[in-house]
Design a protein around this ligand. Structure first.
Ligand SMILES: NC(=O)c1ccc[n+]([C@@H]2O[C@H](COP(=O)([O-])OP(=O)(O)OC[C@H]3O[C@@H](n4cnc5c(N)ncnc54)[C@H](OP(=O)(O)O)[C@@H]3O)[C@@H](O)[C@H]2O)c1
Length: 432
C-alpha cells in the first residue's frame, strides 16, 4: 500500500483544556505537514470534556461529542485516544484502560497516572499490541523520552538529572533575583498562572517526582517505582539560604536525580545546591532541563519549555506521528515484563552538604556543633557565621562528602542541643 492509500489515523481527544486545546490547534493548523511526515492523514473524529457549551476558541463542530470519556474510548471510529484530562485515577484511568483493552493506542500527558499505573498500563498495551506513549508528561516540550529510549539506546545510562517543575524553578529564580521571600513569590506565580491555586503538588516536589520515576524506569530498565522516590519540597527554602548559597557560588534548584548504586536504584527529588555557572545553575524561570549521562556518549543536556499548550501539545503530536508511522514499541523502552524490580536505595550516595543552623550566640556553642558533627564522622569544609537575627546566630556549614544518614545523625544531635533555636536544614551539593 502506498502512503496515500493508508487509512487515516483517527483521534479521540479526552480533555479540552490547556493541552487538549493545543492539540486541536496543531491538528487544524498543520494537517498537511502531519500527513506528509506520518505518511497518512491524522484526523480528529471525537472529543470529550465536562462542559459541552464552553467556548474553547476553536471550531469543534465537525467532531463527534461524548460526555463520557470512557464512551469516547469505546468508539469504533477512534484508533487512538489522547488523554489530557489529568488525575491519577478516575475518568483518565478508566478511559485509558478502556482504550487499551479495546485495542486502541493511547497518548497521554498525565504523569501522575503514569507514575502510579504506568506499569500495568504498559503491560495492557503490549498485550493488545498497541502503543502507550507519554512524552508530554515528562518535561513538557522537551523530547526526553525519545532521547533516552531511542537516541541513547546504545548506552548504559549512569545518571539522569533534571529540573522538571517550572513553578518551583520560577519561585527559586525570582527569590534570587528580586530578594522577595517565598510566600510573596508564590503569590505572584499564582497571579501569573505559573502556579496552581493549590500549589502543593508542585512546591512539595510530587509533580516533579512523578516525572523522575518515569525517567528512571526508562533509563535503568526498572519497573516504575514512584513510592521509591525520596521527595522534599522547596517550601523550607528561605531567602537567606538562597543568598548564602549564592555567596558560596551556588544556586538552589529543585533537582531530581536517578542513578543505579550498589544499594539499588537511588531516586531523589530535593532542593540541592548546584554550581552557579553550570547549565543547571543558569536555568532561569519556568524552563525545564534534563541532563543524561551515558557510558559512551558522555553527558547530553536538554533544555526547553516544560509546560504550556504549545510545548505540551507538540510532544503529544510527536507521539501521535510515531504511532501513525507504525512505531508502536514498548512504553518503557523494554517489554514491560522484562523491567527489573530494583531495590530502593533511598538517599544513599555521599555528597558535600550545606547546613543551616540557628544557634544561641554563647561561648562553647561552636565546639558543641563540631563535636556533634565529628561523632557522626562528618568533617567541615567551610563555616560562616552571619549577623544576629534577634537572639539567634545563623551558622552555615559546608561539609566534606558525607552520607545523608551521617548528616541526619549529626543534625539530630545538634537539634537536640538547648542552644539550637530552630530545626537545622541540610541541602545536598550535587556534583555536576
Ligand atoms: N498544562 C500544562 O502545561 C501541562 C504540561 C504537561 C502535562 N500536563 C498534563 O496534561 C493533562 C491536562 O492538563 P491541562 O492543563 O490541559 O488541564 P485543564 O486545562 O484543567 O483541562 C482538563 C480538561 O479535562 C476535562 N475533564 C476533566 N474531567 C473530566 C471528565 N470527568 N470527563 C471529561 N472531561 C473531563 C476538562 O473539561 P472542561 O473543560 O469541560 O472542564 C478540561 O477540558 C494533565 O494530566 C496535566 O498534568 C499539562
Amino acid at each position: 500500500m502506498t502512503d496515500h492509500q493508508r487509512p487515516p489515523l483517527r483521534l479521540g481527544i479526552a480533555g479540552l483544556g490547556t493541552v487538549g486545546g493545543g492539540v486541536i490547534a496543531i491538528v487544524q493548523q498543520h494537517g498537511a505537514l502531519l500527513a506528509a511526515r506520518a505518511g497518512r492523514r491524522i484526523e480528529i473524529t471525537a472529543i470529550s470534556a465536562r462542559n459541552r457549551n464552553r467556548d474553547r476558541g476553536v471550531d469543534l463542530s465537525s467532531y463527534a461529542w461524548e460526555d463520557d470519556p470512557v464512551a469516547l474510548a469505546r468508539r469504533d471510529d477512534v484508533d487512538l485516544v489522547i488523554e489530557v484530562m489529568g488525575g491519577e485515577d478516575g475518568p483518565a484511568k478508566a478511559a485509558v484502560e478502556t482504550a487499551l483493552a479495546g485495542g486502541k493506542h493511547v497518548v497521554t500527558a498525565n504523569k501522575a497516572m503514569m507514575a502510579m499505573h504506568g506499569q500495568a498500563m504498559a503491560e495492557a498495551a503490549e498485550a493488545a499490541h498497541v502503543a502507550l506513549r507519554y512524552e508530554a508528561g515528562v518535561a513538557g516540550g522537551i523530547p526526553v523520552v525519545k532521547v533516552l529510549g531511542e537516541g541513547l539506546a546504545a548506552n548504559v545510562i549512569t545518571r539522569v538529572m533534571g529540573v522538571m517543575n517550572g513553578t518551583c524553578n520560577y519561585i527559586l529564580t525570582e527569590m534570587q533575583k528580586t530578594g522577595a521571600d517565598y510566600a510573596d513569590v508564590l503569590a505572584d506565580a499564582q497571579r501569573l498562572g505559573y502556579a496552581e491555586a493549590d500549589p502543593s503538588f508542585d512546591v512539595g516536589g510530587i509533580d516533579a517526582a512523578h516525572k523522575l520515576a518515569l525517567l528512571a524506569s526508562l533509563a535503568f530498565g526498572t519497573r516504575i517505582d514512584f513510592a521509591g522516590v525520596v521527595i522534599e519540597g522547596i517550601d523550607r527554602i528561605t531567602l537567606a539560604d538562597i543568598r548564602h548559597a549564592a555567596d558560596m557560588g551556588f544556586r538552589i534548584k529543585l533537582l531530581g536525580v536517578a542513578q543505579m548504586t550498589d544499594a539499588g536504584l537511588e531516586q531523589r527529588m530535593q532542593p540541592c545546591l548546584v554550581p552557579a555557572g553550570s547549565p543547571l545553575g543558569q536555568l532561569d524561570g519556568v524552563t525545564n532541563a534534563v541532563a543524561i549521562e551515558g557510558d559512551h556518549v558522555g553527558t547530553i543536556f536538554l533544555q526547553g519549555p516544560g509546560a504550556g499548550a504549545g510545548p505540551t501539545a507538540s510532544a503529544i503530536m510527536a507521539d501521535v506521528v510515531d504511532i501513525a508511522r507504525g512505531l508502536t514499541g514498548p512504553s518503557m523502552g523494554l517489554p514491560a515484563a522484562q523491567l527489573a524490580d530494583a531495590a530502593r536505595a533511598g538517599d544513599v550516595s555521599a555528597a558535600a552538604f550545606y547546613l543551616r543552623l540557628s544557634l544561641k550566640d554563647q561561648p562553647g556553642v561552636l565546639a558543641k556543633v563540631a563535636a556533634a558533627l565529628g561523632e557522626e564522622g562528618v568533617s567541615v569544609h567551610q563555616m560562616r557565621q552571619y549577623d544576629h537575627d534577634g537572639e539567634a546566630a545563623p551558622l552555615l556549614i559546608v561539609t566534606h562528602r558525607a552520607t545523608r544518614s551521617a548528616i541526619d545523625g549529626a543534625l539530630g544531635r545538634i537539634g537536640a542541643m538547648e542552644d539550637s533555636l530552630a530545626a537545622p536544614v541540610a541541602l545536598r551539593i550535587e556534583e555536576i
